[in-house]
Design a protein around this ligand. Sequence first.
Ligand SMILES: C[S@@+](CC[C@H](N)C(=O)[O-])C[C@H]1O[C@@H](n2cnc3c(N)ncnc32)[C@H](O)[C@@H]1O
Length: 273
Amino acid sequence: MIDQVVSHYSSSGGLVDLIANSLRTAGKDLNGLKTADLAAVDEFHIRGRKATLELAEQMMLNENSRVLDIGSGLGGPARTLAEVYGCHVTGLDLTQAFCDAAKAMSGWVNLAERVAFQQGDAMNLPFAADEFDAAMTIHVAMNIPAKDKVYEQARRVMKPGGVFAVYDVLQGEGGDVVFPVPWAREPGISHLATPDEMKSLLTDAGFKVLNIHDSTDESRVWFEARADRLAQSGPPPVTFQAFLGDDYPEMVRNQVRNLAERRIRTISYICEC
Ligand SMILES: C[S@@+](CC[C@H](N)C(=O)[O-])C[C@H]1O[C@@H](n2cnc3c(N)ncnc32)[C@H](O)[C@@H]1O
């Protein structure tokens, strides 16, 4: 199952060159980039950088914070937090190609000292107890059946009182997910919790849930805008299509339908450790 998840996210080789070329095509100078310039490709979740900043505002971060990003992907959310709050962020991700790209891209925005990325499994975090002041995980658990292990591990490595921010795609009440979607081309690697299950998973792991925000309608509007742009002018130079491949437009159309028919929902949970 883990191999299938990795191969889903690793379908394109030469990721760093692909992204560098797409930025040049968009007219960006690779010297002097800011994290916002990378957001169209490295904030790999619904509502992108805006959603990351909304979570971060609630994480009580400052320049002394040591933060863990579980399932850090290409490193966009980690770099955004490091740039905006001056904190140090460690990202862990299953996909080696994403960890390699995340390291290279951090150099482009002069954040290599404040972020670190390593390959690993969210179900078995290679960190000591109480190592982090805060943690987040964005759009990762939908690939993981044993979510209880992820949240137990998150709690173990966090200091008591720290904030754990979770933002995920959940199973809605409108029926089965229509595939392909950005996290899976078929149901075998898609494991969505319902909102009730998610709340129980977090509380059973020992977290206190402080705030829940359902952004499903905002997510639908966000995907509708992408679908309209793709229909009118094709893929923009800098987009997730760089690594998701040619069925990305179909994924976007399916996401509009999944959200409109409430087959999926997007919900964030701010928890205290
Ligand atoms: C949709 S991407 C989100 C990446 C990042 N959180 C973001 O928002 O930009 C999902 C990520 O979860 C990672 N992932 C899936 N299963 C994982 C696991 N068991 N442990 C660690 N990472 C995992 C994938 O490799 C992929 O990078």
